[in-house]
Ligand binder design. Structure first.
Ligand SMILES: [Zn+2]
Length: 476
């Protein structure tokens, strides 16, 4: 009997409890490195089920590991739970409207409340299966904070917490279902702080040295650099301190935050050095001092075809999402709030799968996996750093109306619906099925996955966050 068939009554029994857990995390909506309530809910639930808890992990208060089992291979499930700033939204509403039941500025606009909850349910299911069959093997749930803008897993990888894993598995809520088959961009984020000299802007401008001028010249310089950077690279910036509100004062301090992305760690590092040189030039031109503050980084994702095929077998075994009319109606209503370009964009990423079918309001099937895809997904994830340390696979699972963009009010609005809960349980099944397949497979499957990782990595893992960069809240 397929393990997922054996586990069907287990999932049926626990689905509503896990939906309640994800709803509570949705309402907490905690930002990076402040997810104490969400991490606590996960750790408490797993401790009550008999998992051994290690917390804090990697020196991060909201990171933890929960482990069950003895001997055998070790499979890690990555669970996230951080929200996004500025995305507070009323659950279920069909317009952008502030929430009445979750006040505060944040919202779960990337579905990480579902992400962690599905990994939690999968960990419990694998534990149940190992116990039922008296099998060796260890299953771990990694409580991973700060995926959004904090590179939590990269700091965790730097501390070595994934080093003894045989494989890592995760998923991401989406508006379609498939094995994650594209790499992602490496990135480096750093602050450039310029320090000049204040002066009366009319009476003694010759005595002033404007830090704001330095920021502006740096931005102009980087915008000229764009023409000469690799085609897949991306550079974004935000002026985080313009030096004050008084135009009659020469601004003595100003700061700009840069996010530099490129196809791999080497190109990201090279481009970052060129951006640093532009900043040095701006400091020279304006007579300011420059302080460089490395914030965080993450690697490009290394796909693992061996693991992806094991995951694909689970997706195919499960088949279409088990939705009913309520979920179809819900998807239709929320789909109607999306722009045509959002939907067309989602359709393009699915390519031939949708050809001739028009755009569905709900993607119920599974996009077939055809091996690692060409090109890159234009975004970054800290899962990538786990993928450099241990073979890693991810799935997309539909939890939202087709075309729902990430980091949108629509994604927050749909986060507690029956459709979101259903996709979350489907994801838990995919993760549990894959983990059990790996824990019970002949050793050569894991050996082949490890060999593939070594070949793709072509050398040891070097964490893109240098050893001397402190954790974000430990900085002066
Ligand atoms: Zn996300």
């Amino acid at each position: 009997m397929h393990p997922l068939d054996t586990l069907k009554p287990f999932f049926d029994l626990h689905a509503s409890r896990i939906a309640t857990l994800s709803d509570r995390i949705w309402s907490l909506a905690e930002l990076r490195y402040a997810e104490s309530g969400s991490a606590g809910l996960h750790a408490d639930g797993l401790a009550q089920a008999g998992f051994r808890i290690g917390q804090p992990l990697a020196g991060i208060p909201t990171a933890f590991v929960a482990e069950h089992g003895e001997g055998g291979p070790v499979v890690g499930l990555l669970g996230e739970y951080d929200a996004l700033s500025g995305l507070n939204q009323q659950s279920g509403a069909l317009q952008c409207r502030p929430s009445m039941d979750s006040p505060g500025p944040n919202g779960h606009g990337c579905g990480h409340h579902l992400l962690g909850a599905a990994a939690h349910l999968a960990a419990l299911a694998v534990q149940h299966y190992l116990q039922l069959n008296g099998l060796p093997g260890r299953i771990r749930f990694y409580g991973c904070p700060a995926e959004e803008g904090g590179s939590g897993k990269t700091f965790m990888a730097r501390a070595g917490v994934f080093d003894d894993l045989d494989a890592a598995l995760t998923w991401h809520p989406a508006s379609h279902t498939a094995v994650f088959d594209q790499s992602t961009l490496a990135n480096i984020q750093a602050s450039f702080v310029f320090k000049g000299r204040a002066a009366h802007a009319a009476n003694a401008p010759h005595l002033g040295r404007s830090a704001l001028d330095a920021v502006e010249l740096m931005n102009v310089g980087v915008n000229y650099l764009r023409e000469h950077m690799p085609p897949n690279a991306r550079v974004h910036y935000a002026v985080t301190d313009s030096g004050g509100l008084s135009p009659n004062v020469v601004q003595a301090r100003a700061e700009v935050l840069y996010l530099v992305r490129a196809i791999d760690n080497r190109e990201a590092s090279e481009l970052y050095q060129r951006v640093c040189n532009v900043a040095r030039g701006a400091a020279l031109m304006t007579g300011c001092e420059l302080e460089l503050r490395f914030d965080k980084a993450c690697s490009n994702l290394l796909l693992n075809d061996v693991l992806n095929r094991v995951m694909e077998a689970q997706l195919q075994h499960l088949g279409p999402l088990p939705v009913g009319e309520p979920e179809r109606l819900l998807a239709r209503d929320h789909h109607a709030t999306l722009s045509a370009s959002d939907v067309a964009d989602a359709g393009r990423s699915l390519g031939a799968v949708l050809r001739g079918q028009g755009m569905p309001a709900l993607f119920e099937g599974v996009k077939p996996y055809r091996g690692p895809a060409e090109g890159v997904m234009y975004g970054s994830t800290d899962v990538a750093d786990v993928s450099w340390v241990t073979p890693t696979a991810q799935a997309w699972v539909a939890c939202y109306a087709f075309g729902t963009p990430f980091h949108s009010w629509q994604m927050v609005s749909q986060g507690k619906t029956s459709l979101a809960h259903l996709g979350m349980v489907q994801a838990a099944k995919v993760l549990a099925g894959t983990a059990i397949a790996l824990l019970t497979a002949a050793p050569d499957t894991l050996a082949a996955a490890r060999a593939e990782l070594r070949e793709r990595r072509a050398g040891p893992y070097v964490c893109p966050i240098p050893a001397e960069v402190p954790l974000p809240w430990q900085r002066g």
